[in-house]
Design a protein around this ligand. Structure first.
Ligand code: AMP
Length: 281
């Protein structure tokens, strides 16, 4: 695996793949990688000759400066993990300036999809995500890029950007990879104590209960939501941000569950904000 730190080097390496007519799949990340990221790379590897990954902790998408500063930087470990699953090229920009230059003034802003949920709790977050993803897709120009369902609102926002701006790339969805107890893998999980991790399982537990209730024929939105909220309330020290039953495509809240729909949840435990969601099918 080759590692490049500048846009110029990235372009040079990509040109080799293109000259050899090798298909390119792309996965963008913020590092502190885990099996969730690895699974996206594996999906990309199955569908393209060359997998390009990026690691860039994008300051534009952090509304909380402390959250940005706390983001783990473990490039050596991340690089080994990416290489072990067949990544051909890693783009790890050497600095924020390498990505944005000095006079950056542009932004990509998605409307309705980016307003609720994470958009409320993290102002400007999706503007930052949409802008950097558009930039990365423009730089790498892959045939497809894989994004995780774990960040479902982000995935929908990215799909919308690509559709609206006619970016010639296919967005593939990667399933959420979970710890043994059900907790969705996240770089943030490492900030939790053993007790916090145990408590955090209530999020997936609640979502699974709602999914099972839906599968059992329950369609009432308020009831399905209450199952998740109850599971979260049973654990002490969990602060709920939102629990919402939404249409898969529009992310509009539903009174009555009608597939395809999702239950989204966000909660803070020991000061660590976690999100998860589940498809109701
Ligand atoms: P991040 O590094 O957290 O910005 O995430 C980079 C990509 O990995 C995004 O497309 C995420 O949705 C995806 N991702 C993060 N956690 C998981 C997980 N547990 N399972 C699957 N994909 C994930």
């Amino acid at each position: 695996m080759k590692i490049v730190h500048t846009i110029a080097d990235l372009r040079r390496e990509l040109a080799f793949f293109r000259d050899a007519r090798e298909s390119i799949g792309f996965v963008c990340t913020m590092g502190a990688l885990h099996q969730g990221h690895q699974s996206l790379i594996k999906t990309a590897r199955m569908n393209a000759k060359r997998v390009v990954a990026s690691i860039f902790v994008n300051p534009l998408q952090f509304s909380d400066k402390k959250d940005f500063e706390k983001y783990t930087n473990v490039l050596g470990r991340d690089a080994a993990l990416l290489e072990s699953v067949g990544t051909a090229l890693l783009f790890a920009p050497s600095s924020v300036t390498e990505m944005y230059g000095d006079g950056f003034q542009s932004a990509v802003e998605v409307g309705d999809l980016s307003k609720p949920f994470e958009g409320v709790d993290r102002p400007g977050h999706f503007r930052g995500v949409s802008t950097v993803v558009a930039m990365l897709l423009n730089l790498v120009q892959p045939e497809f890029a894989v994004f995780g369902e774990k960040d479902f609102q982000q995935l929908r926002v990215v799909e919308q950007v690509v559709a609206d701006l006619k970016i010639p790339v296919r967005i593939m969805r990667g399933p959420t990879i979970r710890e043994e107890g059900g907790l969705a893998m996240s770089s943030r999980n490492s900030r939790l104590s053993a007790q916090g991790l145990e408590r955090a399982r209530a999020i997936s537990r609640g979502l699974f209960i709602a999914r099972d209730a839906f599968a059992g024929g329950n369609r009432e939105g308020s009831f399905l939501r209450s199952l998740v909220i109850e599971a979260l309330r049973l654990e002490p020290g969990i602060e709920i941000s939102y629990v919402a039953l939404v249409d898969e495509r529009t992310l509009k809240e539903l009174d009555v569950a009608a597939a395809p729909c999702r239950m989204l949840a966000a909660a803070t435990i020991e000061g660590v904000r976690l999100i998860d969601n589940i498809a109701l099918i």
